[in-house]
Ligand binder design. Sequence first.
Ligand code: SF4
Length: 300
Amino acid sequence: MQNIVDLPEEIAKTNAKRVLIQLPEGLKRNSTEIIAAIEKSGVEVVYSIDATYGACDIRLEEARIMKCDAIVHVGHNKFYRDIKSEIPVIYWPWELESDITGAEFSGIKENVIGIITSIQHKNMMEKVKSRIEESGKTAIIGGQILGCWSGNAAKIERQVDAFLFVGSGKFHPLGIKSDKPLYTLDLETRKIEILDTKIFEKRRYASIFRARDAKSFAILVSTKEGQSELLRKAKRIKDYLQKNGKGACILVMDEINGEKLLGLQVDAYINTACPRITDGDFSKPMINATDVELLFSEVL
Ligand code: SF4
């Protein structure tokens, strides 16, 4: 596990005199400690206070405007897709220690359990494995997943009867594409529960179904560096929709949320950014760009 006292040494390798730091919401309370540790080494810190959801979210523009020589991205490891940046980015994962003494593993019915987690709780995997094995079952460690990438779950899927996600919330496990039962161990409440992914699948198909009748669409693009890979697809979708007599416009914003979309005179949204956005609540049908083919039965 990386220690905050080693961070100045990492920053020194870039020769930065001023850095922009980004933290996920859960680490805001540690910001004073992080800033103090960096500034003690003579490097000036500018803290980007907007929420940072993942390693896809690199605040290059802010760093440029604030004349920072490097970005310190705390709480995540390097994104699996390459993000081009002329400003060096230091990824500083932050693992959290949790007590799982009271967690009740007997509620998991299956025998071979695949353990997956988010970056903050990677250090808990061995402990969880031991607890599962104490109950006479087999545990296989898959590793870290993201809400948009679950390769570490896919690689062990054939060997396991069920998955156990160790962490908090549904954001990460909902990215897993598998029919196997999926349990979650919430590290705050220590509760193990089965996650009904079918509800979310039904919602997804209901949105696709409702969007079929839409006459006009807003295609949503995020400025977050790692979320704009579908930009070219946004243009293709717009052209296709217009050729087929539908209204279509491309909207750009940093964070996509329902509030910003209120008042728009369109019938449906197509999201080209983080695929987990569509799990939220929106007043009109919202589908992912990767599902557009299902909408029109045509490859765009
Ligand atoms: S695209 Fe979404 S799920 Fe993927 S890293 Fe970014 S915020 Fe997380």
